[in-house]
Design a protein around this ligand. Structure first.
Ligand SMILES: [Zn+2]
Length: 76
């Protein structure tokens, strides 16, 4: 089985990534500049599928512009 060479851990729930989590590999890595109350920090978040869903379920209702769209099934 592949995909186990690096075992990431979900920042939110502490779970070790399984094969599905590794496949989705939802991560966010950003150095925060001025304009944020967290300026001059770096945030690096890895989320498992379940926690990613929680974050999306939390964010979506607050969005004026829907960031979600259908999975592109045709074209590139
Ligand atoms: Zn998690």
């Amino acid at each position: 089985m592949k995909g186990e060479e690096t075992s990431k851990i979900c920042n939110m729930c502490g779970k070790t990534f399984d094969i599905w989590d590794n496949q989705e590999n939802f991560s966010f890595d950003h150095c925060i500049g001025y304009g944020s109350t967290h300026d001059l920090h770096r945030i690096k978040i890895d989320l498992c599928c379940q926690c990613f869903d929680k974050v999306v379920d939390w964010i979506l209702p607050q969005c004026k512009h829907n960031p979600m769209s259908e999975y592109p099934t045709n074209g590139k």
